[in-house]
Design a binder for this molecule. Sequence first.
Ligand code: BJW
Length: 225
Amino acid sequence: MADTIVILTGAGISAESGLGTFRDTDGLWSKVRIEDVATPEAFARDPARVQEFYNMRRTQAAGAAPNPAHHALARLQRDHPGRVVIVTQNVDGLHEAAGATVLHMHGALDRALCAACGHRWPAPAEMRPEEPCPACDAPAGRPDVVWFGEMPHHMEEIAELLAAADLFVAIGTSGQVYPAAGFVQEARLAGVETLELNLAESDVSAAFDRHEIGPASEIVPDWVD
Ligand code: BJW
């Protein structure tokens, strides 16, 4: 095994747990418009619509269980302490449910964030349009997720981890959303080996040294074991 591995996961790793992806046929963005639910402007315009969308997603995630791909990554991390970093764009919590520790670039469905004071707290199952902040009492509670135009989390830490890694692996992500889509280039510039695991070729497959095609529940355990 490579000395240190940085693994980036996307919606594809949770597809076989029953959670829809965003851009596949029948994906979430074919049913709702990004501009209606996944931007700060959408929340300012219609908080009820946005909370309803994320309440639905929170319910779905709470009813989902990790699949063999999540379990395989948790096993890899446990068997190689300090050498496997998992960065996820997913907000579903299935990596943690499998026992892994992950960096959440795009936030988490089970947390709420106060748009007025920045306080974070565990999200109730059903957030209200004017969810009160427990710290400052402003009716400004929103899902603690990263919308378009907002800065993803842990960016400096991820850049340092990528530059110091021996292997970068992207699993189940379409490579259409930045900055995560640029990690493969960052890794290559730093001389890091790159591997993509995906159900199909993605927009950025050609940028990887190697890629394996297949469902995550099969190709991730195969790669780990
Ligand atoms: C399987 C499978 C199976 C299926 N097994 N595989 C540079 C150029 C152009 C634009 C930009 C740029 N830099 C930034 C931008 C703007 C924008 C952007 O990228 N736009 C593009 C659309 C062009 N980026 C941003 O706005 C980001 N912020 C930012 O850059 O900030 C900079 C800044 C600077 C200064 C001040 C302020 C800011 C933020 C992006 C936030 C994305 N948010 C979302 C929603 C999160 C909450 C939620 O979940 O609702 O994140 S959008 C959505 O896309 C979600 C995902 O994490 C993200 C990525 O999607 P993912 O995971 O790749 O899923 P899919 O559906 O696209 O792909 C699924 C894949 O799985 C496919 O490849 C399948 O084949 C595969 N698959 N089944 C294996 N069984």
